[in-house]
Design a protein around this ligand. Structure first.
Ligand code: BGC
Length: 328
């Protein structure tokens, strides 16, 4: 087990700011207002800016040599007539092998879209989505690629992101204030994803039949505390410690579509991001972090606007920092 020390945080921070987002681009692109109506986790729901539609148009599809049909900003909207549109069809070999988590080809298989289909939730957080030739249409518009890509489900693929935070403190316990902003510095638990090497919130996919609150706690335990490898008695200890934090009123900072590079015209990522804050620093802050499952490394990282993180995760942190009146 790797002990958590506060000394290496600064060096990790420097290293992180050197990592660029592989699909980084401007904020242009057609996008629709993201609806957050009410929080599942707290009476307070925080509105954040809509998800851009930029990474979902990255030229080369992740994990492949497949190039998307280029979609300019003014052609993203499905309602803009574009007869020349000829998206590339791509479903990754891992998905074509029909693992349990993936849907088969549409045709003989015709799921109940826009509804709870058995234990698979095919409803979008953004409301009803359209179908074309029996396939769901990405609610944020054209991506230049049709099929499932790397995603298991046609339509929405639901994830959940637990943002676990604490105040950065010196060894005597006082909170650290940033020299520029004079505001207290927050730290969050970050993992380095094995699939793309980017730092991220330790989120993951909602399993069929699972409640989002369960996914949040399970993913955090698996990726940041390596609960899958722990002995039954250790696992019980870990669960006890974190259940308290995850049962506390989390702050929902996002719910909706994610501008993810894996998105296609017919399959896309959605997430619910919830902040669980260890105000006193003596709850989850004291648990030894250990990377597990899809995570290569895990660390407490200073929250700062210069971080480079996976998908929309930087925006989630910005919302958390502003809500908690922390340095950004
Ligand atoms: C990740 C989440 C992320 C979501 C959308 C999932 O695979 O585990 O952290 O928010 O994809 O990008």
């Amino acid at each position: 087990m790797k002990a958590v020390s506060r000394n290496w945080v600064a060096s990790v921070h420097v290293a992180l700011s050197l990592i660029g987002l592989p699909y980084a681009a401007g904020t242009s692109g057609v996008c629709r207002k993201n609806a957050i109506s009410r929080s599942l986790f707290s009476s307070k729901s925080v509105y954040m800016s809509p998800a851009a539609h930029v990474k979902a148009r990255c030229p080369v599809y992740p994990g492949s040599d497949t190039r998307r049909f280029p979609v300019p900003d003014d052609k993203v909207d499905w309602d803009t007539d574009w007869p020349q549109y000829s998206p590339v069809n791509y479903t990754a070999p891992t998905v074509l092998k029909k693992p349990v988590w993936a849907d088969p080809e549409i045709g003989p298989f015709s799921p109940q879209f826009n509804s709870l289909d058995g234990s698979v939730d095919r409803r979008s957080h953004e409301g009803s989505y359209r179908l074309q030739n029996g396939k769901p249409l990405n609610p944020h518009g054209r991506t230049g690629l049709e099929g499932q890509g790397l995603l298991g489900r046609w339509g929405p693929n639901h994830a959940a992101d637990p943002i676990v935070t604490r105040w950065k403190r010196v060894s005597t316990g006082q909170r650290v204030h940033h020299t520029n902003s004079q505001l207290p510095v927050l730290q969050f638990v970050s993992i380095k994803r094995l699939d793309c090497g980017e730092w991220a919130i330790p989120g993951g996919m909602v399993d069929p039949g699972e409640r989002i609150s369960q996914t949040l706690q399970r993913e955090f335990s698996e990726e940041a505390l390596n609960s899958l490898q722990a002995s039954p008695s250790e696992r019980e200890k870990i669960q006890k410690r974190i259940t308290e934090l995850f049962n506390s009123a989390g702050l929902q900072v996002y719910k909706g579509y994610v501008d993810d590079p894996r998105n296609t015209d017919n399959a896309w990522m959605e997430t619910v991001a919830v902040n669980f804050h260890d105000e006193s620093g003596n709850s989850v802050s004291e648990l030894p972090l250990q990377a597990g499952d899809d995570a290569g490394q895990v660390s407490w990282i200073d929250v700062d606007s210069s971080l480079a993180l996976y998908a929309n995760h930087l925006h989630f942190l910005e919302t958390v920092a502003k809500e908690r009146n922390a340095h950004w």
